[in-house]
Design a protein around this ligand. Structure first.
Ligand code: UD1
Ligand code: CA
Length: 473
């Protein structure tokens, strides 16, 4: 492929059918915006320059594109006068063009880099002035039709509104994706007219103009036409999102990941999975989540930007920006908030919420606890129902629990506080002062059992009668 490649991304259109305050191009599937997917595909071609044409909602779209691809040049199309007009603005912004110019739309999230590469290579191999990526579809309504002559050579692209009834029968459509010889493009753009049904400058007219000039034109039908489909409303957005997910999940299965129920398993584009990972039904792996081999995730688990170690298990849980060590256990019903780090073989059990919590190798928080702003040492065990009270109403404070400590059930650790290595706390202890290593901390007065107080208060109630019957026997 030409080393002098320019890619023009058309991103000026409105998205009225989305009915959204957000630009259509910023709507997401698979954890990336629509235009983000297109830019990812474009990046794989390593183009010499990328020009994005922005217009509608460009205060949103422009910065978003620049954040994803800082080297992209933005060209502003104030008024939408057609695809030919948009490309002309891009070419003006790019300066002189030689090499190959690819034109893509910003809203086709399934488009793959290797498809663009194959297309550009075919275009260059045929030494065409212009090539269009086409597709044969059952319902061509609304698309530009590829008009071929008796020899099968492409003569023109005719838009739906400008087509004759016979032309409307043609099922080969133009995807809107073009490859141009740069010099031809620079030469033909000023010659485009707008004498058509929409009164717009059509990029598609470049095909007919090339033919009239006796230049080579190509149309390369693509089998996988969904790659060129745009999302115009939220129904299409969901359909493309499901199809993207189907493809991603299938790729992971081919790479050695077991997925019990692909239909309820959602894996975003940037997730990385090792072979022999097992994903159970209802699992969502989002953002930059990484899962190492033999880990089992799910059922019904959502992990965003998490790192899960080899052989770990995460059952019916929700995590974000958390690290789970090798062979560790999480859940069911755990909530791992940002900054959670669970060491090798550790446990965060049922109904446990953690935040900014470093739980060392082999340490366990098995039941019904909140662990915030804490370090828990190796092999320590936190009793059921323990609250790390990290917030005094103004500031957050830290708690540390030493190696091998064993704290009783229903404790409250009022931070800042330190529980030393090997220390023990009694059930129900409210720890307000540091517990030195190896000591036992208890708080609260001794228990007193006051005779008949309970029954007296409950006389003439069934409980009272039961209690006094108990007392008589
Ligand atoms: C276009 C093609 C048609 C093709 C179809 C595929 C033309 C004239 N027609 O039709 O052959 O089958 O796409 O989907 O090119 N845009 C701008 N500025 C403009 C006009 C459009 O940036 O002034 C962008 C839009 O945001 C959109 C894309 O170009 O992403 C296509 O524009 P649209 O008006 O939707 O063209 P179609 O009528 O769908
Ligand atoms: Ca369109």
């Amino acid at each position: 492929m030409s080393s002098d490649l320019t890619v023009i991304v058309l991103a000026a259109g409105g998205g009225t059918r989305m009915r959204s305050k957000r630009s259509k191009l910023l709507h997401e599937i698979g954890g990336r915006s629509l235009v983000g997917h297109v830019l990812s595909a474009v990046r794989t071609l390593d183009p010499a320059r990328v020009v994005a044409v922005v217009g509608h909602q460009r205060d949103q779209v422009g910065p978003h594109i620049v954040s994803l691809m800082p080297e992209a040049v933005l060209a502003v199309q104030e008024e939408q006068q057609g695809t030919g007009h948009a490309v002309r603005i891009a070419v003006d912004a790019a300066g002189s063009l030689s090499g190959t110019v690819l034109v893509v739309y910003g809203d086709t999230p399934l488009l793959r880099g290797d498809s663009l590469r194959d297309f550009a290579q075919e275009h260059e191999g045929a030494q065409s002035a212009v090539s269009v990526l086409s597709g044969v579809v059952d319902n061509p309504f609304g698309y530009g039709r590829i008009v071929r002559n008796d020899e099968g050579d492409v003569e023109a692209i005719v838009e739906e509104r400008d087509a004759t009834p016979e032309q409307r029968e043609i099922r080969e459509i133009g995807s809107g994706i073009f490859a141009f010889d740069g010099e031809f493009l620079a030469d033909v753009l000023p010659r485009l007219g707008n004498d058509n049904a929409k009164g717009e400058y059509y990029l598609t007219d470049t095909v007919g103009l090339a033919r009239e000039a006796g230049l080579t034109v190509g149309a390369f039908p693509m089998d996988d036409v969904v790659q060129t489909e745009g999302a115009n409303d939220r129904v299409q957005l969901a359909n493309l999102g499901r199809e993207l997910n189907r493809r991603i999940v299938e790729d992971w299965m081919r790479a050695g990941v077991t997925v019990l129920d692909p239909a309820t398993t959602w894996v975003e584009s940037d997730v990385r999975l090792a072979p022999d990972v097992i994903l159970l039904p209802g699992t969502q792996l989002l953002g930059a989540t990484v899962v190492d081999e033999d880990a089992v995730i799910g059922p019904d688990t959502t992990l965003k930007d998490c790192e899960i170690g080899a052989g770990a298990r995460v059952v019916r849980s929700h995590g974000e920006l958390a690290v789970v060590g090798e062979g560790a256990n999480v859940g069911p019903f755990a909530y791992l908030r940002p900054g959670t780090e669970l060491g090798m073989g550790g446990k965060i059990g049922a109904f446990v919420e953690t935040k900014n919590a470093h739980i060392a190798a082999g340490a366990k928080v098995p039941h019904l606890s909140y662990v915030g702003d804490a370090d828990i040492g190796e092999g320590a065990n936190i009793g059921a129902g323990t609250i790390f009270a990290n917030y005094d109403g103004t500031d957050k404070h830290h708690t540390s629990v030493g190696k091998g400590a064993k704290t009783g059930a229903n404790n409250t650790f009022v931070a800042p506080v330190r529980i030393g290595e090997g220390a023990v706390t009694g059930g129900g202890t409210v720890v307000r002062r540091d517990v030195p290593p190896g000591t036992l901390a208890v708080s609260g007065g001794p228990q007193r059992n006051l005779s008949r107080r309970a029954t007296r208060a409950r006389e003439r109630t069934p409980i009272g009668e039961a209690a006094s019957a108990e007392g008589e026997s």
